[in-house]
Write a protein that binds this ligand. Structure first.
Ligand code: ZN
Ligand code: ZN
Length: 223
């Protein structure tokens, strides 16, 4: 097994329980050294709104702008969106690297266990071209996942191809599915891969809120 990043051989140590119970083993896609190059966000030094890293009085300037005309969405992110994370998303999302979906599964499972999770959906066009929903892919099957949102349109210009101003002006792209009825009284965590301007997550939160969900926050792998 080779590390996808440094191409070195990965030797895998099986735990005793895996040997005894013949538990299915997911082989690691990158070695421990490369995994340690992803930089965690220190939760003691973040914006209280979007969860971005840094020492802010309370909110970063983006969140101050959001707060001027609406209630703030509280987002937390685990990793910095840095060079290493850019490499990861490039491989995973854009180079057909679905096999890389388990790299963060363990830590996401730890953070999100027993919580009601609504993943941000992808358009039918993305589904047809990429073949998977990258956010759903990050989440382990054992988690409480409710697909309460769908995309209203077949296609949209990928957020990553838009500039900041166009991103912030996009119209509501989501609608709720029938599954929302079961979670109206639950604290719901929206999950997305990356928080960039917040526009996508705010749209998703608005959509759930309009359907009657009262307690909404969000979590992203990177910020
Ligand atoms: Zn490596
Ligand atoms: Zn912020």
């Amino acid at each position: 097994m080779q590390c996808e990043y440094c191409q070195q051989h990965i030797s895998q140590q099986l735990e005793l329980s895996q040997l005894l119970w013949l538990k299915p083993v997911t082989p690691p896609q990158i070695c421990e050294t490369c995994h340690s190059k992803f930089t965690r966000i220190n939760s003691a030094h973040i914006c209280a709104g979007c969860g971005r890293s840094g020492d802010y009085p309370r909110l970063c300037s983006d969140c101050q702008a959001w707060q001027q005309h609406r209630a703030l969405l509280h987002n937390r992110a685990i990793y910095h969106y840095d060079e290493m994370m850019r490499w990861y998303f490039e491989q995973y999302k854009f180079n057909g690297g679905y096999h890389l979906h388990t790299i963060f599964a363990a830590e996401l499972s730890q953070t999100l266990a027993n919580k009601c999770l609504v993943p941000i959906p992808v358009t039918k066009h993305t589904m047809a071209t990429r073949g998977f929903n990258q956010t759903l892919g990050l989440l382990d099957d054992n988690l409480w996942i409710v697909e309460a949102l769908r995309c209203k349109f077949y296609d949209k210009v990928a957020q990553s191809k838009k500039n900041r101003v166009t991103r912030l002006q996009t119209q509501q792209p989501f609608a709720v599915t029938g599954e929302v009825q079961a979670i109206l009284d639950q604290p719901v965590i929206l999950v997305d891969d990356v928080y960039t301007t917040g526009r996508t997550l705010y749209h998703a939160a608005d959509c759930l809120h309009a359907a009657g969900v009262k307690n909404i926050s969000s979590m992203t792998l990177a910020r």
